[in-house]
Design a protein around this ligand. Structure first.
Ligand code: GLP
Length: 263
C-alpha cells in the first residue's frame, strides 16, 4: 500500500482527481469504478473543474459504481444513481448510458447483481477503483463479515451504517422509508480492479484507517482486504492519519517516492 498523508482534505481530493484525470488522459476509453459519499463530493467537483477549465473529457470513459440502496428508485434524490447524476454526469460529458450503477429497484435483485458483475467483466474489468471507507471499515457496502472473495450481491446493512447514512439522508431532508439493504460490488470484485485509490477524511475514520493499514487481514474489517492488492494508493488527511503507529515512516517513504519519481 502506498500511504499518502496530505495536509488538508482539499489536497486529498485534488490528489485523487489528479490521478483519475491522468488515467483518463492516457486512456480515454478506460473503465473507472466510482464511489459515492461525502468524501467523493470534492473529488468530483475537482474533475468537473478540470472538465470545464482544462478540457478534460470523460466522453469515452465507462464507469461502474460500487453500490446502490435496495428499494430506492434511480430518480429518488437519495439514490446513488442520483448522486452521480448531480455530481458528475450532468456537469461533464460522461455519457449517461456509460455511467453504470446497480439497479436497487430491480424486480429480481439477485439477477441484477449477477448481471452487474457480468457487465463489468464484459467492459474488460475495472482499470481503477475509487473507494471511500466506512467507519466500520466497510468498502462499498461490504459490511464486516463479508467474504474476501465476494462478488456483486445483495447485502444487509448494519445498524451502524444505517445510522451513519441516516445523517446524510437527514441532511438532505428526504423522507423515510430508509433502505436496509444494498446491492454492492463484492470484495473480490474490488480486488480484481487493476488499481485502487482509497480516500479517508476526518478523525471519525482514524480507527478504521489503522485497522485497514496496520491490522490483520480479516473479514471483520473488510477494507483490510486491500492489503492483498498489489496497486493501492491510500490518501488520508491529517486527522484520518492521526492514529497510525507508523505515520512518520509513511511521510518519509512518500517523500522519497516523490523524489524517485522526480516530482
Ligand atoms: C457509504 C458507501 C461507501 C462509502 C461510505 C463512506 O456507506 N457505501 O462506499 O465509502 O459510505 O461515506 P462518506 O464518504 O460519506 O463518509
Amino acid at each position: 500500500m502506498r500511504v499518502v498523508i496530505e495536509p488538508t482534505a482539499k489536497a486529498v481530493s485534488r490528489n485523487a482527481a489528479g490521478r483519475l484525470a491522468a488515467l483518463v488522459r492516457s486512456r480515454p476509453d478506460c473503465v473507472l469504478g466510482l464511489a459515492t459519499g461525502q468524501t467523493m463530493v470534492e473529488v468530483y467537483r475537482e474533475l468537473v473543474r478540470r472538465h470545464r477549465e482544462d478540457g478534460l473529457s470523460l466522453g469515452g470513459v465507462k464507469t461502474f459504481n460500487l453500490d446502490e440502496y435496495v428499494g430506492v428508485a434511480p430518480e429518488d434524490p437519495r439514490s446513488f444513481h442520483h448522486f452521480m447524476l448531480r455530481h458528475l454526469v450532468a456537469p461533464t460529458d460522461l455519457r449517461p448510458e456509460a455511467a453504470h450503477v446497480p439497479d436497487g429497484h430491480a424486480s429480481d435483485l439477485f439477477a441484477e447483481a449477477e448481471r452487474y458483475e457480468g457487465a463489468i467483466a464484459e467492459a474488460g474489468g475495472l482499470d481503477l477503483q475509487l473507494l471511500g471507507l466506512g467507519r466500520n471499515g466497510h468498502l462499498g457496502f461490504n459490511e464486516p463479515g463479508s467474504s474476501l472473495k465476494s462478488l456483486t450481491r445483495v447485502k444487509a446493512l448494519t445498524r451502524e451504517t444505517l445510522e451513519a447514512n441516516r445523517e446524510d439522508l437527514g441532511a438532505e431532508q428526504h423522507a423515510p422509508p430508509s433502505p436496509n439493504a444494498a446491492i454492492t460490488m463484492g470484495l473480490g470484485t474490488i480486488l480484481s480492479a487493476r488499481a485502487c485509490i482509497l480516500l479517508a477524511l476526518g478523525e471519525a475514520k482514524a480507527d478504521a484507517v489503522v485497522a485497514m493499514i496496520e491490522g490483520p487481514v480479516t473479514a471483520r474489517l473488510p477494507a483490510s482486504a486491500l492489503q492483498m492488492h498489489r496497486d493501492v494508493v491510500v490518501l488520508l488527511d491529517e486527522p484520518a492519519a492521526s492514529k497510525l503507529a507508523n505515520r512518520e515512516y509513511y511521510l518519509r517513504a512518500e517523500e522519497l517516492q516523490r523524489q524517485l519519481e522526480g516530482g
